[in-house]
Write a protein that binds this ligand. Structure first.
Ligand SMILES: [Zn+2]
Length: 557
C-alpha cells in the first residue's frame, strides 16, 4: 500500500511565514486529557496555555481555526524513513492492472529517465491481472536488452529481474542461487523471478543513494511526511547507512541543525552483533541521547522474518506448508540473551522485531533474563510487530512491562495471507490490538513504511475499522478487536511518547508540553467511522514551527 503518496506533494510549502514565536490558535476543537477546549497559546516552541475563552492579548498572531480539530502531533512507532524516501524515487507499479500495463509504465518511465543506469520499481501485484501470472525476464528483455531492471513485488519478498540485471548481480543462467528460490521454467531456464533469500543477495547489492542524495530526498519528501500530520517517527535506517551508526547519527544531527528535518526522529539502531554494540556503547551513547529533533532510540534486533514469506518463527508448524516448517529464528536463545542483557544493563532500551509466537517467546525469555540482572522495569523494552501471540505471552508482556509497536494497516493487508499461513483459529489469536490494550500492554501504532503508507490517519482508520481505508464493502476482520477512536489516536500520540521516554514533553496537549500539533479539517470522533482515513490534515506544527499548511487554509498561516 505504498501508492498515492505523490498526489499530496503540492501545496505543502504555501504560505508558511506567519505563525512564529508567540501565537494563539482559537476557535477550534482542541483535544486535551481534560476534554475538548477551544484554544491554545504557543510560545517559544511550547504550549503556553490551553483552555476555552483564552486571553490572547499579547500574542503576535491569532489564528482562527474555524472549528478545526487539534490533536497532539501524530507519531509512527516503527518505520524505515530512508527506505521510504527511496521508495518515492523509484517507479510505483501499484497502479498496473496487467503485464501489458506494467510494460507500458516501464516504457514511459524509461523515456522520462534516460540517464538512469539502473531501473528499479516496486509494487506489482499479479493476483487480479488478466494474464494470471507473474512477469518474467521475457517481459522485460525485449524492452531493456542492456540496462538492468529490478521489479519488486508489492510484498517485498519476490522480485523479477531482466537478463541484464541477472548479469549485474552475477546471477548466472547456469549456477543455482545459494539458499534461495530462483524460479525456472519448464525447460529449466531461469525466469528472472527470485524470492526470499535469493532476494536478500539482490537487496544487499542494489545501488544505494549517496549521503548527498539522501539529503536531497529528505528535503524533497520530508514535507510530505509532515503533510500526513507526523511530528515524530521512530525509524530503523541502518541499512541505507551500511550499518554505520556514526554516519547515521551524524547525518540526522546535520539535518536537525540545518532545519531539513520537519519532524523528530528517534533511531531504532539495528546492531545484531556484540562487537558493534560494544563499539556503540563505548562511544558513551544510550537511549535518549541526542537533541530534540534527532534522538538515540533502542537497540533494534530482528528476531525472525515475515509471515508472508514463511520466515516468521512459529511455535507450531505453518498451516500451509506440508513439511512441518516452523519458520526461521534469527538468533540462538543464548546469543539473543547476551545482546539484550548487554543493552539492558548499559541503559539501552531494546526493541525486538518478532512476528511469530516462536520469536516472541525468545524475546520475552531474553528480556526476563536481563531484568533479573538489574534495572528491572525502567527500560521500557518493546516488541515490534508482536503479530502472533497467545494469551500467556500477552500476560507475560504485561507482567514484564514490555510494550508493543504494532502496524494496524497490516490487518487489511495481511488478513487472507494470515489465515492461509496460520489456519483460522491461530490467525484469530493474531493482530489482537484490542486484547493487548485491555490487558494493559502499552501499544503504539506505526506503518513499517515503506511496507505501508506512513499516513497515521490510515493506521487509525484500520485500527478502528479493521478494514482498508476506502473499502467498507468487505466486513471487518475480527470485529471484536476494533479499537475505539480514542484508543487508536492514543496509539499514534501518547503511547509513542511514553515508549520513547518523552511523555513529560509530548503526547498530550497540556501547558508546558512541546508544541507538536496536528490540525485536522474534521474531528475523527464526529465523522462516520468509515471516513476517518479521508480527513484532511490542515496544518502540522513541530516544536511551534509550522511544518505543513494545506492549500485549503486561508487566513495567512
Ligand atoms: Zn520494519
Amino acid at each position: 500500500m505504498n501508492s498515492g503518496e505523490s498526489e499530496n506533494r503540492e501545496g505543502q510549502t504555501q504560505g508558511r511565514g506567519g505563525l512564529r514565536g508567540d501565537y494563539a490558535l482559537v476557535n477550534g476543537r482542541v483535544h486535551t486529557p481534560l476534554g475538548v477546549v477551544d484554544a491554545l497559546r504557543v510560545k517559544a516552541g511550547r504550549i503556553a496555555a490551553v483552555g476555552s475563552n483564552l486571553d490572547t492579548s499579547g500574542a503576535r498572531e491569532v489564528f482562527d481555526l474555524m472549528g478545526r480539530t487539534v490533536f497532539p502531533g501524530f507519531t509512527d512507532s516503527h518505520m524505515h524513513l530512508m527506505s521510504w524516501l527511496e521508495s518515492l524515487e523509484i517507479l510505483d507499479l501499484t497502479p498496473c492492472r496487467s503485464i501489458s500495463g506494467l510494460r507500458a509504465a516501464l516504457r514511459e518511465y524509461a523515456e522520462a529517465n534516460p540517464d538512469k543506469d539502473f531501473y528499479r520499481a516496486r509494487g506489482w501485484n499479479e493476483t487480479s491481472w488478466p494474464e494470471h501470472r507473474r512477469p518474467t525476464r521475457h517481459d522485460l528483455d525485449d524492452i531493456f536488452p542492456d540496462k538492468p531492471v529490478v521489479l519488486i513485488r508489492v510484498c517485498g519478498h519476490v522480485a523479477v529481474l531482466n537478463g541484464a540485471a541477472m548479469r549485474f548481480f552475477g546471477l548466472g543462467e547456469a549456477e543455482p542461487v545459494e539458499g534461495g528460490l530462483a524460479e525456472r521454467d519448464e525447460h529449466g531456464e531461469p525466469t528472472g523471478v527470485f524470492a526470499e533469500r535469493a532476494l536478500s543477495l539482490i537487496y544487499g547489492r542494489l545501488p544505494r543513494p549517496s549521503l548527498d542524495e539522501m539529503r536531497e530526498m529528505l528535503k524533497k519528501y520530508g514535507p510530505l511526511a509532515a503533510s500526513f500530520g507526523l511530528t515524530h517517527v521512530n525509524s530503523e535506517d541502518m541499512g541505507p547507512f551500511r550499518a554505520d551508526f556514526r554516519k547515521l547519527l551524524g547525518f540526522f544531527a546535520d539535518a536537525a541543525r540545518d532545519g531539513t528535518l520537519p519532524f523528530r526522529v528517534r533511531h531504532q539502531l539495528n546492531m545484531p552483533r556484540q562487537d558493534v554494540l560494544l563499539d556503540f556503547l563505548s562511544d558513551g551513547l544510550r537511549s535518549g541521547d541526542g537533541g530534540p529533533m534527532s534522538q538515540v532510540g533502542p537497540l533494534k534486533l530482528v528476531c525472525d522474518g515475515s509471515l508472508g514469506g514463511h520466515t516468521a518463527s512459529l511455535l507450531e508448524p505453518y498451516s500451509d506448508s506440508p513439511d512441518g516448517d516452523r519458520g526461521i529464528a534469527s538468533f540462538e536463545q543464548e546469543e539473543l540473551n547476551q545482546l539484550v542483557r548487554m543493552a539492558h544493563t548499559s541503559g539501552m532500551q531494546v526493541a525486538t522485531h518478532a512476528i511469530g509466537d516462536g520469536a516472541l517467546e525468545m524475546c520475552l525469555n531474553a528480556i526476563e533474563a536481563a531484568q533479573g540482572v538489574g534495572r528491572p522495569m525502567q527500560m521500557r523494552h518493546q516488541i515490534v510487530h508482536a503479530q502472533i501471540a497467545n494469551d500467556a505471552q500477552l500476560d507475560r508482556m504485561k507482567r514484564l512491562r514490555v510494550g508493543a509497536m504494532v502496524q494496524p494497516m497490516f490487518v487489511p493487508s495481511d488478513r487472507d495471507m494470515a489465515v492461509e499461513r496460520l489456519g483460522k483459529e491461530r490467525a484469530e489469536r493474531s493482530y489482537r490490538w484490542k486484547t493487548m490494550i485491555k490487558k494493559g500492554i502499552l501499544t503504539s501504532g506505526g506503518s513499517d513504511a515503506p511496507i505501508e503508507s506512513p499516513r497515521p490517519l490510515w493506521g487509525i482508520h484500520a485500527a478502528v475499522n479493521r478494514q482498508a481505508p476506502g473499502d467498507d464493502r468487505r466486513e471487518p476482520w475480527m470485529p471484536a478487536e476494533r479499537l475505539t477512536i480514542g484508543e487508536a489516536i492514543a496509539m499514534y500520540t501518547w503511547a509513542d511518547a511514553w515508549q520513547s521516554g518523552n511523555e513529560q514533553r509530548r503526547g498530550e496537549i497540556a501547558e508546558g508540553r512541546d508544541a507538536d500539533l496536528v490540525i485536522l479539517d474534521d474531528d475523527p470522533f464526529l465523522v462516520p467511522r468509515s471516513d476517518i482515513w479521508a480527513i484532511g490534515v490542515a496544518m502540522t506544527i513541530c516544536g511551534g514551527r509550522v511544518t505543513h499548511a494545506s492549500s485549503s487554509l486561508s487566513g495567512g498561516v
